[in-house]
Design a protein around this ligand. Structure first.
Ligand code: ADP
Ligand code: TYD
Length: 215
């Protein structure tokens, strides 16, 4: 657990509803008077947003798998230094749309097995995990349909197709087992309000435990 503040991440395949739910959680906690920083990866600080454009736009083969891993890690380091750590130190709730678990999946699995390199770089340069990770889990076909309905210039990873989305879903569920102490799996196939209620039901006990611990 972080010394102060609370660090919550959302993870899951493209189109599963992470951004929607991250925003709704931020709104719900702010409505209760909490100080919330809603942020995202890649990005979340000016420098990291510049790196986001480098990794998500342009020719998908622009970077080798290793260079891409370094770019995502560089973006995360800047985000951590400039946005996440200062907010946590100020006692705020940080809600992050994707974090290091996305690198474990996308860079770790999608272009060969780079998971060991991902973990080494994470230990060396990041060294921070969320207090709570909400995995929005859903069927990749339905998620892909949602993602495709949303036209953006950032198609780099959404063009993976169903086979890889299937592997990503299974990989995220395996990560939820690996880091069971901080992961909660949320069924993302349900309507937005129902998912939002499930998210709050997962967050509230952690907030209550934190309050009980006197932080
Ligand atoms: P992600 O951040 O995981 O890619 P988004 O939150 O951007 O997903 O959602 C993808 C699309 O699906 C958006 O158009 C959003 O409005 C829609 N959406 C999100 N949650 C739901 C839901 N529970 N049911 C139906 N559509 C949803
Ligand atoms: P995001 O904007 O969250 O996409 P979406 O809303 O479609 O889920 O993330 C953009 C893409 O970046 C997404 O396809 C996953 C990818 N990504 C990585 O490959 N590695 C990472 O470390 C992160 C944070 C994201």
């Amino acid at each position: 657990m972080t010394a102060e503040g609370l660090f919550v991440s959302f993870e899951g395949i493209d189109g599963s509803g992470k951004s929607t739910q991250a925003r709704r959680l931020a709104d719900a906690l702010r409505a209760r008077g909490r100080d919330v920083v809603l942020t995202r990866e890649p990005g979340g600080s000016p420098g990291a947003e510049e790196i986001r454009a480098l990794v998500l736009q342009g020719d998908p083969d622009r970077w080798s798998a290793e260079t891409e891993l370094l770019l995502f890690t560089a973006a995360r380091r800047d985000h951590l230094e400039r946005t996440i750590r200062p907010a946590l130190a100020a006692g705020k709730i940080v809600i992050c749309d994707r974090f290091a678990d996305s690198t474990r999946m996308y860079q770790g699995l999608s272009r060969g097995d780079l998971r060991a390199a991902v973990d080494i770089l994470h230990d060396l340069m990041i060294g921070q995990e969320p207090d709570l990770t909400l995995l929005v889990d859903m069927d990749p076909i339905a998620a892909l349909r949602r993602a495709k309905a949303r036209a953006t210039a950032e198609e780099r990873f959404e063009d993976f197709g169903q086979a890889l989305q299937d592997r990503m879903r299974a990989g995220f569920l395996a990560l939820a087992d690996e880091f069971a102490h901080r992961f909660r799996v949320i069924d993302g196939t349900r309507d937005e309000d129902t998912v939002a209620a499930a998210v709050l039901a997962a967050v509230d006990p952690v907030l209550a435990a934190r309050a009980g611990a006197g932080t």
